[in-house]
Design a protein around this ligand. Structure first.
Ligand SMILES: Cc1cc2nc3c(=O)[nH]c(=O)nc-3n(C[C@H](O)[C@H](O)[C@H](O)COP(=O)(O)OP(=O)(O)OC[C@H]3O[C@@H](n4cnc5c(N)ncnc54)[C@H](O)[C@@H]3O)c2cc1C
Length: 375
């Protein structure tokens, strides 16, 4: 019979893997840690489908704090990876002045239209009322999602954590202070269970008797397209302030997204090609990119909590159950800090003082329960 572990993590996306890796590093051993991933490979769902950008000015205040902490860690990872996990890559928000004032975060640099066009010459042809000006985030970085996932996987596995694939969790019961969990052919036992199951987190937590947080999976598509002329290597990511589209350089072409947020059941989401074709038509009217063909398109589910801030902490009613869910469009940019917060909760019962009390409180899953005053 499988030994009783300290922690079972459900979900092998960036959230679950970052936590397995952080916990194993902190404890100096992964011996008491097991991760169960339903699919035959890690990071197959949303974590395999992102735009790989970490933007410290993007998202509500708690997300921005967690992003700043994550960027600092990923720019200086220990142990050093064989290829970089993150590197500087600017982002510029573009649109009308009114929209920019509403969307821009503190610390962004205001650009006039002339300055913007100097930075992004392909916007010279855009209608002046649609692209009046810009706001530049110099602190934004790119990540390599595959390299980051592999680094966490290796860091956890080398320390002795057990990473199971093809292990869907389908049933759980509690005996004393130990959870007994069916995960494919495995019968696992653990004192604490972390639900890091992305779009499926509410469903998985229900197996443990927890009430749902009200998570909403939302489809978002991205595609690699060809361009008439390649963008410069230091070209910033360009994001419409009305969140209607974004693009960034990808080799000789570009990664583009219509930024849609269409409610979906938890599933293996697939792209709707018309969405990408419509986007190319729109981009080719506001830019001179000359986006001509779709090389590859993919869709993932960004899963939001009701207030848009991720949830990390103990379930208020079910002992031994911890949430790590609702990362929305911020799952990579908050990954290291969210793993830190979850590790703090598992080891010390509360998020540590590296995080502001406001952000620690904002993450509490208990805020969605009746009587919390925040639901
Ligand atoms: C198009 C797009 C672009 C994005 N761009 C960015 C970006 O630039 N920057 C950024 O920070 N974020 C971005 N995101 C968001 C980011 O990708 C997500 O926030 C992040 O991947 C969520 O990670 P996760 O581990 O929570 O979920 P997932 O990667 O979905 O992992 C959850 C895992 O749980 C597993 N699971 C489910 N049920 C069970 C079960 N019963 N038993 C065992 N395992 C189970 C699933 O198989 C899955 O592998 C983007 C998302 C999309 C779709």
């Amino acid at each position: 019979m499988d030994p009783v572990r300290d922690v079972l993590i459900i979900g092998g996306g960036i959230a679950g893997l970052s936590l397995a890796s952080e916990l194993a590093a902190r404890r100096g051993s992964g011996a008491g840690i097991v991760l169960a991933e339903a699919e035959p490979q890690l990071s197959l769902h949303t974590s395999g489908r992102s735009a790989e950008q970490l933007i410290p000015s993007y998202g509500p205040a708690p997300v921005r704090e967690l992003t700043g902490a994550t960027v600092a860690r990923l720019l200086d990872p220990r142990p050093a990876p064989s290829r970089p996990l993150a590197w500087p890559s600017r982002m510029v928000l573009v649109g009308s002045e009114a929209r920019l004032r509403a969307e821009a975060a503190p610390g962004m640099r205001a650009l006039s239209r002339a300055e913007l066009v100097e930075l992004c010459p392909e916007l010279a042809c855009s209608p002046a009322d649609a692209v009046e000006a810009g706001r530049l985030d110099d602190t934004s970085v790119r990540t390599d999602a595959a390299a980051l996932v592999a680094w966490h996987r290796d860091r956890a596995a080398t320390a002795g954590a057990r990473l199971l694939t093809g292990a869907p969790v389908t049933a759980a019961e509690r005996d004393g202070d130990v959870w007994h969990v069916a995960a494919g052919v495995h019968r696992l036992r653990a004192r604490q269970v972390v639900v890091a199951a992305g779009a499926w987190a509410d469903e998985v937590a229900a197996l443990f008797g927890a009430a749902p947080l009200g998570l909403r999976p939302l489809r978002r598509t991205a595609a690699l397209v060809r361009l008439a002329k390649p963008l410069a290597p230091d070209h910033p990511m360009v994001v419409a302030a009305d969140r209607g589209w974004y693009y960034r350089r990808a080799g000789d072409g570009a990664l583009v997204s219509p930024s849609e947020a269409v409610p979906s059941a938890p599933c293996d989401a697939q792209p709707v090609l018309e969405d990408v074709e419509d986007l190319l038509a729109r981009l080719n009217t506001v830019t001179s990119l000359g986006a001509t063909g779709i090389e590859r398109a993919w869709t993932g589910l960004r899963t939001e909590t009701p207030d848009g801030v991720p949830a990390c902490g103990p379930d208020p009613a079910v002992p031994g159950l911890v949430w790590l869910a609702g990362q929305s469009g911020y799952g990579f940019q908050t990954s290291a800090a969210m793993a830190d917060a979850a590790a703090d909760v598992l080891l010390d019962g509360t998020v540590g003082s590296w995080c502001s009390p406001e952000t620690a409180a904002a993450l509490d899953p208990g805020r969605f329960r009746a009587g919390s005053g925040a639901a």
